[in-house]
Write a protein that binds this ligand. Sequence first.
Ligand code: GTP
Ligand code: MG
Length: 401
Amino acid sequence: MMARSKVSGDYSIPQKDLEDLKDTITSQDLPTAINTIKEYLKQQDLVELNIGVAGESGSGKSTFVNAFRGLGDEDKGSAKTGVVETTLEPEVYHHPKYNNVKVWDLPGIGTPNFKADEYLQQVEFERYDFFIIIASDRFRECHTQLAKEIMRMGKKFYFVRSKIDASITAEKRKKNFDLEETLDAIREDCVNGLRKIGIEDPVVFLISGWELGKYDLNLLQDRMEKELPQHKRRVLLLALPNITLEINEKKKKALEENIVRVAFLSACVAAVPIPGLSIAVDLVIVKREIEIYYSTFGLDDPSLQMLCEKSGKSFQQLKSLLKSPLSGGINPASILTLLGAASILIAEDVVELTLSFLPIIGTVVAGGFSYATVYFMLNKALNDLAEDARNVLMAAVGTDV
Ligand SMILES: Nc1nc2c(ncn2[C@@H]2O[C@H](COP(=O)(O)OP(=O)(O)OP(=O)(O)O)[C@@H](O)[C@H]2O)c(=O)[nH]1
Ligand SMILES: [Mg+2]
């Protein structure tokens, strides 16, 4: 019952929202009321995230912009790579699944007349939640100038040393090659370089845009997540490509926290005396959440297809790893299977659970049962799908994820 302790945390829907929603839908007819709830749910994910990617020309900005959105360089909607950039304007790239997550491919830095303050004005720095400063070999004066100016403007940045795969390939030719030692040496070199040109406590993340799941991606996402405001963390986690076991696990946690919110919503709606409303809304909620699970874990067909191309596994091979009853599609039959599982759990636990929520649910206590059903159904779906995603991931990249 992990979620119980989180009920009073940032993830619960404010009581006032619940009351307002209830007031609104009480005076509506069934279809309008369902729409009101749908709109409310949609708003949850309207949080914007803007990431600015800056670096010298050819450092791998566009490749990173694509990989971060889970796209290859040849995919539809991807940023052009390997071409000489002529544009002086920031180029926005939307996440294919989360339209409000925008990764900005910024103009090259380090040209002879480069001035960090003018550059930041030109790219409209206020827009970004944080910056990624990429260097493909050494960090130079232009990188630190930019970092200091970003700091002065009260924004965050992360130093990324890109094309690590290429550096490793080059080092592999040496006798006594050791991966960890090589990575440490590159990291230290970058950190020392940055210190010399005036950054006090530099942290550098080693990244390959070609093999994003390797090297320091987990460290980088961990840092970003910790430093983002609470309401933006969820959208960052959902939008990240599901390419490491750590990310898989964190996505699961973020989704778990939301179950409490939507189950509350269901309980609230159950107290509104419109015939048929409660079950209709429960189905809307459950279906929508499960669709989010699918998409963020990359279990939808297009995502699996993309993974096949990258991993060399066949579509059938990956598909055969999916064990959730939902993998045949999100339809009434598969949702009913979940409901079956949910009612067994409810029989064991419902009294305890309802009692423990009584003081919080208060006026909407009539929805207690509905709360438990939605809660258990979604937990079951989430556990199954996270496990499926984990298995697919391990099969696709081998166990050295
Ligand atoms: N080995 C390797 N090559 C990379 C990586 N990232 C980018 N490249 C290559 O480096 C070249 C430049 O990459 P881009 O992503 O186009 O670099 P950019 O910073 O957008 O360059 P401009 O748009 O010209 O400023 C391309 O040929 C990429 O394929 C990487 O992680 N590893
Ligand atoms: Mg580019």
